[in-house]
Design a protein around this ligand. Structure first.
Ligand code: ATP
Length: 925
């Protein structure tokens, strides 16, 4: 039915009525709306008039404030003080260099922050919620932002109410209004008006934006949007993606702050020592220790790690895994168990009804997809079986909320549940005309499907004989339990015999078919409403078997997870036999052990962890079982990723280390409770996210493994020189040059490293494993020593060859630059060898960074104005070649050591990130 244009006129402006106190029809009329919604044109024009249904975004921090914020760092303030002092004492070049370095550092900081925030903003827009509305009589999913007053909302359990709305119809509706009223118990809502003086918490005829539908269904009329909503008046912002802070990052920031304090204290001590014991001029000594402190502190580390995380988030999003909480990026890499739903996640959710079994015989359904073409063919039982099958197909059509439609490209698609779509296609194959049958049996009421009771019932008027018809479909054992009779071969009710049905259900399940049971009951009187208690004494009509094949990518992803030491468990609402058959097709484990929800009820909490580890499939489970399973696995030290979609899944999603919600079929409540949302509802995307998560963690370790010894080498060289009273191998501006220009550029390129080959061939990392493994610690010490040795070596060699101090120092700076570049190549592969084509070719980020650094270094060495600024000198060719050769030697040495450790079989142990023992999850392992 199309909207009546006369009824949908824009309402006249006037005082806003107390929506809760007027009748639903009155509210509709006042907003110029109608039960089947606004016409699309009208909605568009109202959107222009009212503006988007959104609260104003928090104002962005202006650029100058961001820049200033960068100076809120003790080290930078220390540097600035030194610059002022140097300028005051007439050392203008030093002052200029320090100031330039500070400025470059601040600008880099602002740019890095900006990039990380952009990555998050992009995620926020990907998670933009939608709302189901009726517009011009058609159901539509629209962006929440485009809702207008007068829109008709269709809400169900798990939805976030997207605007303030007047309830028009409600069924078992309960709404959690804690965000608004602080009341934690969900409130029952209904359509009757309440007294005008009722306060917000008591207005049971109203739904408020930002509250959560805890149970039931509703049709409601939008009365206020955007800032006009109650939430808009309070000005609360909801559902935001977290800011860029993860435990690891906080840990590193804390480490950085402590290290800075220590470095400044050490610098002060060194300053006193240099002046008192070594007789340095105090200003020279000050400049050196300032530069030294700057060189030693890894100030760029938090920024580079933030970028690494942001890049990881972007890569995961490109693989359909949208991270809602940043710590998940780190945790993902440590996942040891993934508990996944079956339908739609491991399987394609492209249902197709294959067979109908009744007392009269079995009938096969032809045709493919959701196209209504094809026919039924009796396997046994002939025409009598066909007639019985038609009765089942008729229930399947009536007890159904889905719709089929044909795309422009001729493809038939489902609006709604794919299984119900398959039943519509089945009814068409059985010869029913959808519209004709629905008008012959108009629906009066329904008990909607709920995963807790596992069936759906609809009440219809029979227009021919004036009776009422109750149609029920659901999990077959559930429906059988509601029956007191069965349809005999001719369709007449007879005594119910459970055994043959059980055998038929098990047989279909064993082939991986999803089985649904169908029943009906004739009621002589038409009841006013259908309550759950009325669904009883049914006549069992038959069962339908559906196929829903596993996703090909899921089969591969499961294999990848198993190779990576991650167990995959299926937790499904489906029948045990079906779940087991699908688990076998997916090769979830070598010996598949199935536990039903019913059996779980009898298992004590202390026995559950062992069982949860051993079992691969949990069938006919409820959300409460999921919560117990997660807890049990976690009690054994597992890092658990768990999928979910319904409002009742929220507790287990929250409990899991990584809650994973489905982007398509997931409710808003499930998404908000999760760390990650799958844009394509696909298991393979979880595996991809784990893969990326491991790579991100590796990259963070690489950034640390590279930054600490490069800083350490530089600092060590200066400290040794002062301690022994040698000529300084670098001047303070040169130290700053190495640190700020070379180190930041090169270090950042590690954030872009792709996953190393074989990231999914090693066992998961231990959650509590330190970031710096014994191997890395050893590397930091060794490389620091090698860097200082290189610096002093080249310095001494230059002097022996008769170069002046300035040239010798320039060679030292070049030596650092070359060693940093070659060490970068070594660090790129923490787990494998860097001596491969792939390793030597590098990534674009590495190559750009090296090109930039080489150009900057050539300028430093050969441009006259750089000579003036940094007191540098041109380096002769032979010296240059020797410096580069030293870099090659460093790489060869470090790779040789990696090779040797691996030959000795202690390499992975020294990495200490892997779990100490293989996860005892797979019974075959
Ligand atoms: P998973 O938990 O892996 O997604 P599932 O879809 O089988 O599997 P539920 O949605 O909890 O899990 O469904 C449980 C059972 O309820 C199904 O196996 C089916 O028998 C029955 N069922 C599902 N959808 C409907 C429906 N729309 N109408 C009637 N019964 C249904």
């Amino acid at each position: 039915m199309a909207a009546d244009p006369a009824a949908v006129a824009t309402p006249a402006p006037g005082p806003v009525p107390a929506w809760h106190a007027i009748a639903a029809d009155d509210a509709l009329a006042r907003l110029g709306s109608a039960p089947d919604g606004l016409a699309p044109d009208e909605a568009a024009s109202r959107l222009r008039a009212h503006g988007p249904n959104a609260l104003p975004a928090a104002r962005a921090v202006p650029g100058w404030r961001r820049l200033l914020r960068q100076f809120n760092d003790p080290l930078i303030l220390f540097l600035l003080a030194a610059a002022v002092l140097a300028a005051g004492l007439g050392h203008l070049v030093d002052a200029a260099v320090i100031s330039a370095v500070v400025l470059v550092n601040a600008v880099v900081g602002v740019v890095q922050e900006g990039r990380a925030e952009q990555a998050l903003a992009a995620l926020r827009s990907m998670l933009a919620p939608t709302a189901r509305v009726l517009r011009g009589g058609a159901r539509e999913a629209v962006a929440v932002e485009s809702l207008v007053p007068g829109d008709i909302l269709l809400l169900e359990a798990g939805d976030r109410v997207p605007a303030d709305a007047r309830v028009l119809r409600a069924r078992g509706l309960r709404v959690d209004e804690a965000v608004l009223t602080g009341e934690s118990v969900p409130v029952d809502k209904q359509a009757d008006p309440v007294d005008a003086a009722t306060d917000l918490g008591g207005r049971v005829s109203m739904l408020y934006s930002g509250t959560l539908v805890a149970a039931g269904q509703a049709v409601a009329l939008v009365v206020a949007t955007g800032v006009a909503t109650q939430m808009g008046r309070i000005g609360t912002l909801l559902g935001q993606v977290d800011s860029l802070a993860t435990p690891l990052l906080q840990q590193i920031r804390r480490f950085g702050r402590a290290f800075t304090a220590l470095a400044i204290a050490a610098a002060a001590a060194l300053f006193v020592f240099a002046v008192v014991a070594r007789g340095y001029a105090w200003l020279d000594a000050l400049m050196v220790v300032v530069a030294l402190a700057v060189g030693a502190v890894p100030e760029s580390l938090p920024a580079v790690i933030t970028i690494t995380l942001a890049i990881g988030v972007r890569r995961m999003a490109a693989r359909n895994a949208i991270v809602r909480r940043l710590p998940a990026v780190e945790t993902l890499g440590a996942t040891t168990v993934i508990c996944s739903d079956k339908t739609g996640t491991l399987t394609r959710n492209e249902m197709s009804a294959r067979s109908i079994a009744t007392r009269a015989g079995t009938v096969d359904a032809g045709g493919s997809g959701y196209a209504p073409s094809g026919a039924l063919l009796a396997r046994d039982g002939g025409d009598v079986a066909l007639a019985s099958a038609q009765r089942v197909a008729r229930i399947g059509l009536l007890c159904n909320d889905a719709r089929l439609h044909e795309d422009e490209d001729g493809q038939w698609r489902v609006d709604g549940d794919p299984m119900e779509g398959a039943l519509l296609a089945l009814a068409a194959r059985a010869g029913f005309d959808d519209a004709a049958l629905r008008s012959a049996y108009p629906r009066l009421d329904e008990v909607p499907f709920d995963a807790a009771h596992r069936y759906m019932a609809t009440l219809h008027a029979d227009t021919e004989d004036g009776h009422a018809l109750l149609c029920v479909k659901g999990a077959p054992e559930q429906v059988l339990a509601l029956c007191s009779a069965q349809a005999g071969a001719t369709g007449e009710p007879e005594a119910l015999d459970h055994a043959p049905w059980r055998a038929a259900i098990d047989a279909a399940g064993a082939q991986g078919q999803r089985v649904l049971g169908f029943a009906w009951r004739r009621l002589p009187q038409v009841p006013e409403r259908l309550a759950q208690e009325d669904v009883r004494d049914l006549v069992f009509a038959g069962i339908v078997g559906f196929i829903d094949p596993p996703r090909d990518e899921a089969v591969q992803a499961v294999a990848a997870c198993r190779a990576a030491g991650i167990a995959v468990k299926m937790i499904t609402g489906d029948h045990a036999a079906t779940a087991e058959a699908i688990a076998r097709q997916l090769r979830l484990a070598d010996g598949i052990r199935v536990v039903t929800g019913h059996a779980l009820e009898d298992v004590a909490d202390d026995a559950l962890p062992a069982l949860a580890e051993r079992a691969t499939v949990f069938a006919r489970t409820t959300p409460e079982h999921k919560l117990r399973i997660v807890r049990a696995l976690q009690s054994r030290g597992h890092t658990v990723a768990m999928t979910g979609d319904g409002v009742n899944d929220a507790p287990s999603l929250k409990q899991a280390d990584i809650g994973v919600a489905m982007g398509h079929k997931g409710t808003e409540a499930a998404k908000e409770a999760s760390e990650m949302v799958l844009a394509d509802d696909n298991f393979a995307s979880i595996a991809a996210a784990v893969h990326e998560g491991r790579a991100v963690y590796d990259n963070i370790r690489k950034v640390v493994a590279w930054t600490l010894p490069t800083n350490g080498g530089e600092a060590l060289a200066v400290v040794l020189a002062i301690a022994f009273g040698w000529v300084l191998p670098m001047t303070p501006p040169q130290i700053l040059w190495i640190n700020m220009v070379l180190t930041i550029t090169l270090g950042l390129s590690l954030a872009f490293e792709p996953p190393e080959p074989g990231v999914m061939a090693r066992p998961p990392r231990r959650r509590e494993a330190p970031l710096v493994s014994p191997f890395m610690l050893w590397r930091i010490v060794l490389v620091s020593l090698l860097f200082s040795a290189g610096a002093f070596g080249v310095f001494a060699w230059a002097q022996a060859r008769g170069h002046d101090v300035a040239t010798a120092r320039t060679m030292v700076v070049n030596m650092f630059c070359v060693l940093e570049i070659f060490y970068l190549f070594s660090v790129r592969y923490l787990h494998g060898t860097s001596f491969s084509l792939r390793g030597l070719r590098g990534t674009p980020a590495v190559l750009w960074a090296i090109a930039a650094v080489v150009l900057a270094q050539l300028a430093f060495t050969y441009l006259p104005w750089m000579h003036a600024l940094f007191d540098s000198r041109p380096v002769p060719l032979l010296e240059g070649v020797v410096i580069v050769a030293t870099g090659v030697a460093l790489l060869a040495l470090l790779e040789g050591e990696k090779w040797l450790l691996r030959r000795l079989g202690v390499f992975e142990e020294l990495q200490s990130v892997a779990r100490s023992q293989p996860t005892p999850l797979d019974p075959s392992a």
